[in-house]
Design a protein around this ligand. Structure first.
Ligand code: BEZ
Ligand code: FE
Length: 296
C-alpha cells in the first residue's frame, strides 16, 4: 500500500504484520503498534522528541551489561514492571498478591545456609535482625523442602556487589524450608537506598523532580516444583519512602512487622536494641520457573 496521509500508516503496518504465524506475537505487536501510533498522535510527537526518545532507548542498551540492567530500571521507574507483576500474580490480577519485583540485584548461587544461621558474612555495622518465616500453600498447609533465596542491602543501603567493603555474597543466603514450612535467619536491618541514577533513568527522574529512593526491604525468592516461583519483598513499616517508592513496588501485604525489641536477644553477642520479623509467605500452584539472573 502506498501511504497518502498519516492516517494510512497504522492500517498499513497492521496489514503488513497480519500474517505473523505466532498468534501471540501477532496479537502483542498489533496492539503495541496501535497504542504507540495513538500515543504519537495524542501528543503530536515532534521530530526532535522522537530523536530524544530513540537516544533514551540507545542509552538503556549502552548501560546494560552483566552487572547492571538499565532497561529493567527504566521499566521499573515508570511502574511497568510492577503492573506486569500484578497482572500475573494473585489469581490473575484479581486479588491481592504476595509477589513483587525481582529487582536488579538477585544473584544465583547464594551460599547454602542452615536455618537460624547468619547471612552476615563480613563485618556489617547495624541493628541485628532475627527473621522467622513460614511458607504455606493457599489452603494453609506448610510447604516443606522449598528452596528460599534471601538477599538485601546493608544498613547503609548498599548491596554487596556495589560495595567493595562487603564480602562476596554478604547479606545473601539460601535456605530449605523444614517440615513445618519454616526457615529463620539472622542478619542486620536493611536500609532504603537510591536506585542507580548515573544513566538515562536518573536523568528522567531528575527532570520529573522525583527522588530515586526505594524503602528498606528484604528480598525473597521461593522455588519448589508444583508451585509458581514466588518472588517478593518485605518492606520495613514506617520507612519514609513506603508511599513514594521510585519503582512503585509497595503493596499492603508486603509491609512487614519489623519489631524494635529491647528484651533479651536470641544471641549473646547482641547488646541493646534489636529487631525481630515474623512473616508468612503463600505460594500458589503453578510452574516452578526460575528467572534469568539480572547480574552474574
Ligand atoms: C531492588 O529492590 O533491588 C530494586 C528494584 C527495582 C529497581 C532497583 C532496585
Ligand atoms: Fe532491593
Amino acid at each position: 500500500m502506498v501511504i497518502e496521509t498519516e492516517q494510512d500508516v497504522t492500517p498499513a503496518v497492521l496489514a503488513a504484520m497480519a500474517n505473523t504465524p505466532d498468534a501471540r506475537l501477532r496479537e502483542v505487536m498489533a496492539s503495541l503498534v496501535r497504542h504507540l501510533h495513538a500515543f504519537a498522535r495524542e501528543v503530536k510527537l515532534t521530530e526532535p522528541e522522537w530523536e530524544r526518545g530513540i537516544e533514551f532507548l540507545i542509552g538503556l542498551g549502552k548501560l546494560t551489561n552483566d552487572s547492571h540492567n538499565e532497561a529493567i530500571l527504566a521499566s521499573d521507574a515508570i511502574g511497568f514492571s510492577t503492573l506486569v507483576c500484578l497482572l500475573n500474580n494473585g489469581t490473575v490480577g484479581d486479588s491481592e498478591t504476595a509477589a513483587a519485583l525481582l529487582g536488579p540485584f538477585w544473584r544465583l548461587n547464594a551460599p547454602k545456609t542452615e536455618s537460624g544461621a547468619s547471612i552476615v558474612r563480613s563485618p556489617t555495622p547495624g541493628p541485628a535482625l532475627f527473621a522467622d518465616c513460614r511458607l504455606r500453600d493457599n489452603s494453609g498447609q506448610p510447604i516443606a523442602g522449598a528452596y528460599v533465596d534471601v538477599w538485601h542491602a546493608s544498613p547503609v543501603g548498599m548491596y554487596e556487589n556495589q560495595d567493595a567493603g562487603q564480602a562476596d555474597m554478604n547479606l545473601r543466603g539460601n535456605f530449605i524450608t523444614d517440615a513445618e514450612g519454616r526457615f529463620s535467619f539472622r542478619s542486620v536491618k536493611p536500609a532504603g537506598y537510591p536506585v542507580p541514577v548515573s544513566g538515562p533513568v536518573g536523568a528522567l527522574l531528575a527532570a520529573q523532580r522525583r527522588h530515586p529512593y526505594r524503602p528498606a526491604h528484604l528480598h525473597f525468592l521461593f522455588h519448589k516444583p508444583g508451585y509458581k516461583t514466588l518472588i517478593t519483598q518485605v518492606f520495613v513499616q514506617g520507612d519514609p519512602h513506603l508511599e513514594s517508592d521510585v519503582v512503585f513496588g509497595v503493596t499492603k501485604p508486603l509491609i512487614g512487622d519489623y519489631r524494635l525489641r529491647r528484651d533479651t536477644p536470641p544471641a549473646s553477642d547482641v547488646s541493646g536494641e534489636w529487631y525481630s520479623l515474623e512473616h508468612e509467605f503463600i505460594m500458589e500452584p503453578g510452574e516452578a520457573v526460575l528467572p534469568n539472573p539480572p547480574i552474574k
